[in-house]
Design a protein around this ligand. Sequence first.
Ligand SMILES: Cc1cc2nc3c(=O)[nH]c(=O)nc-3n(C[C@H](O)[C@H](O)[C@H](O)COP(=O)(O)OP(=O)(O)OC[C@H]3O[C@@H](n4cnc5c(N)ncnc54)[C@H](O)[C@@H]3O)c2cc1C
Length: 382
Amino acid sequence: MGEGIGGRGKSRSILIAGAGPVGLAAALELARRGFSPRIVDDGAGPTPMEESRALGVNARTLTLLSPSGVTDHILTAAQPIGRFCVRSNRKILIQLDTQEVKGRFSAICALPQGSTERLLMEALSVYGISPEWQTAVVAEAMSDLQKPEVTLRRADGTLETVRPDILIGADGAHSAVRKALGAGFPGEALEAYFYLADFRYAEPVDTHFAEISLFDPGMVGRLPVTAEIIRYISTLENFESRIVHPAAISEKIWASQFRINFRHVEPMAKGSVFLAGDAAHIHSPAGARGMNLGIEDACWLAWLIAEGREQEYSAFRVPAVKQVLNQTYGLTRLVTMQNPLAVAARNFLAPLLLRFGPFRRQLLRGVSGYDTPKPPWIDWAE
Ligand SMILES: Cc1cc2nc3c(=O)[nH]c(=O)nc-3n(C[C@H](O)[C@H](O)[C@H](O)COP(=O)(O)OP(=O)(O)OC[C@H]3O[C@@H](n4cnc5c(N)ncnc54)[C@H](O)[C@@H]3O)c2cc1C
């Protein structure tokens, strides 16, 4: 399908709230189609390099960011993840070769969120667009959803009232735009907390695989951040004592803890106001889908706006979001289960099931992000 101009013109004013990966991807995809969006962010700059949340960039995101040229830069900077392994009591339960996925890209690679954001900003700057930092969207309950009114508040206290033709809320989990729409954010918070720590090593280590070690109860995951940095993520507060470090530690770069929520908004748009990324859905990092799913929202929305079909956005995206939330919920339950019988059944059944091609392929399709509809504007096989 070609990329039409659509009936309502590229001169429409578009305001994007939030310059995280999702807002930046929306701005870039609109800019390369001839729009001139304005993008503002409450923060002082992109995600600090040492505080990366999202690491996994999946094959679907690489497909989506290919037309803008960002994919080539991601592939140059990212750590390939060649295999994925799940162990229990040092026994390998599951081993997946991420190259098994057919197509242009392997299933997933690792790049700190701060790097992904900087690459998106660099590509956006070619169109003369940069985020306006320290500029918060302050939105009261919106009365006119066709021409939404919002106030922009800068760090120096100055205020500006704007009424864009299109408002995109990509302002994260606590979205001011979502609240101004009066949209709920139904779902649940899991009891479990997740803990993470990133370590830099004094010498080169093998960063080309991801691994989950299951304990009784709890888990510790190991993921590459860069060639010298590894992230450990766990359901156990004292997880650092369980880490088998591959080399001498040079520094602990970052540690954090968070509670897992599964929530999504429905519909994802009202009038000319659209929600994308964490503003519209949040879930656990199991499967590394959050940023990837948000970038997918952004790319679909930009295409639909260019086609003059943005009113179809929610109908396209809600089923994809529900599918990913269900999948990550299942994965999270699998790694956080505590009942000894359930743990024994999981440890027995998972390796058996994954010997079968269809199960392996389904899991890998999810990791690749290929389990949601293929973008219709991409005319090559993924
Ligand atoms: C530990 C952890 C690991 C993760 N790992 C992965 C992974 O491997 N792969 C993956 O795909 N995802 C992962 N995620 C999820 C991922 O980090 C998020 O889904 C992603 O950051 C969402 O991007 P976003 O642009 O929607 O929101 P955000 O990154 O939260 O960006 C929102 C932006 O909006 C700005 N903002 C907020 N309020 C306002 C306002 N009122 N006005 C203007 N600006 C505003 C903020 O300053 C921010 O810059 C992980 C998350 C966590 C916590």
